[in-house]
Design a protein around this ligand. Sequence first.
Ligand code: ATP
Ligand code: MG
Length: 140
Amino acid sequence: MATERTLSIIKPDATGRNLTGRINAKFEEAGLRIVAQKRIRMSMADAEAFYAVHKERPFFGELTAFMASGPVVVQVLEGEGAIVKNRDVMGATNPADAAPGTIRAEFAQSVGENSVHGSDAPETAAEEIAFFFSGREIVG
Ligand code: ATP
Ligand code: MG
């Protein structure tokens, strides 16, 4: 398995409860290295562009309003098989289905306010990293 990079977002429900450090510890304990990180506030236009793939879904308005509702921490995580590894550490989208010990099992509040985002494939990881970061902001 090759070294990969994936885009992670700590969502507003988690930043609002001051969980950034506890979530970052989960990534680091799993062998993922935070090689870029910044705290930003997404605009509605940012959220609509980032989640454009979901624009026909019934929850699109709720999702984009939530992502613009408070600060987020955007990050690049690096490691062996980082894309799948991060999704394992995150747990299932719905916290009711998330395995014990995962971020969503411990911290998520609902299927919408589920504390973290992680890229789902190499192509989307590359696009999502480029959405937030320039090359000089990523230091492995
Ligand atoms: P993410 O893309 O955030 O890593 P995911 O891949 O597990 O999560 P997706 O199916 O891509 O889940 O949905 C993107 C996001 O949309 C979810 O993380 C969640 O915040 C929100 N979402 C998904 N399903 C619902 C729903 N039924 N109701 C409200 N929000 C939802
Ligand atoms: Mg997704």
